[in-house]
Design a protein around this ligand. Structure first.
Ligand code: TA6
Length: 298
């Protein structure tokens, strides 16, 4: 559906409006009593989530690409059906095909507690350029006191397929050198920079580029951000991996869609199933992974 068709079909939902931006990208803008947020239909990309009376919980780069075929930088990129570089073919887009796809607006509803938007991506000519399997992806975004994200994969083909997936969430923080993340004490992780296997001791703090995959962590992690007088809680379900990433100085300077001085204000804590926790989905089977994100003033 185009902008006018969406506006006509969903004019009865008072907490939603639609707008069109660079390169024809349509944004779904939500504003209710509890929070506001925006989702770009391209990539099914949640770009902002601002609880009433608070600052945006999500971070977007001021240098983000805003062109189809390129990923948006910030918010919640969807990594699916692979994570990072394609395991066999580096020419394929990093983090898979979902975040570069034109998704379909599937449904919307609102209650006193939240506004719910459901987006759909079905296998077809676009996806077959990258991946031969038949699938249906449903992405359910609920905006209320919490941000609830649920990514559901259905194998609509006749053979098993394997996926790795991540809700690659960029959180808006005061200063990477002045926050800590709890919830991973004693958890094994792969340090992808040194290619070593480590075990987390206590809370995570940051003083350099950090790129870690935590394996089978506890479902809840908390970003403690005294600079913004808040804690951000991320509660994962059906997710056996968590990815922790800050590019720090040198990597930031190597990314054209990431400002050289932006790294202190962001941290990725990602809800995922990757590496040894990648999944095999049988024909007709469905798998859902979700995250619930909220903040507490402190
Ligand atoms: O989630 C961490 C990571 O895999 C990093 O290695 C870094 O590449 C980051 O994702 C961003 O990837 P992107 O393709 O969005 O630039």
């Amino acid at each position: 559906m185009n902008l006018n068709e969406l506006r006509n079909q969903y004019q009865h939902i008072s907490s939603i409006n639609f707008s069109e931006h660079e390169d024809g990208m349509i944004h779904i803008n939500v504003c209710n009593a509890h929070a506001s947020g925006s989702i770009c239909l391209y990539g099914a990309h949640v770009m902002s989530f601002t609880p009433a009376g608070e600052e945006d919980i999500l971070w977007m780069s001021t240098e983000s690409y805003r062109k189809k075929g390129k990923p948006l930088r910030g918010g919640v990129p969807l990594c699916w059906p692979w994570f990072g570089a394609h395991p066999q073919d580096e020419s394929l887009p990093a983090h898979g095909l979902a975040r570069l796809a034109d998704w379909e607006f599937n449904s919307a509803s609102e209650t006193l507690e939240s506004t719910i938007v459901e987006l759909k991506l079905t296998s077809g000519d676009y996806s077959k350029k990258y991946w031969s399997n038949d699938f249906e992806l449903l992405y359910r975004v609920s905006i209320g006191k919490e941000l609830k994200l649920e990514l559901t994969t259905t194998n609509t083909g006749s053979a098993d397929f394997s996926i790795a997936e991540a809700l690659h969430t960029y959180f808006n923080i005061s200063d990477i050198s002045n926050i800590r993340v709890s919830g991973f004490d004693g958890c094994a992780y792969t340090d992808t920079l040194t290619c070593t296997e480590e075990v987390q001791q206590g809370d995570i703090t940051f003083n350099a580029e950090t790129d870690r995959i935590y394996h089978d962590p506890a479902p809840e992690s908390v970003i403690h951000d005294p600079g913004k007088s808040r804690k951000i809680i991320n509660l994962r379900s059906n997710s056996r991996s968590a990815v922790m990433w800050n590019p720090w100085i040198a990597k930031s300077q190597r990314m054209p869609d990431f400002g050289d001085r932006e790294y202190p204000g962001m941290l990725c804590v990602e809800t995922a199933n990757v590496r040894k926790n990648a999944l095999t989905i049988k024909p007709g089977a469905t798998h859902s992974m979700s995250a619930m994100i909220s903040s507490i003033k402190q």
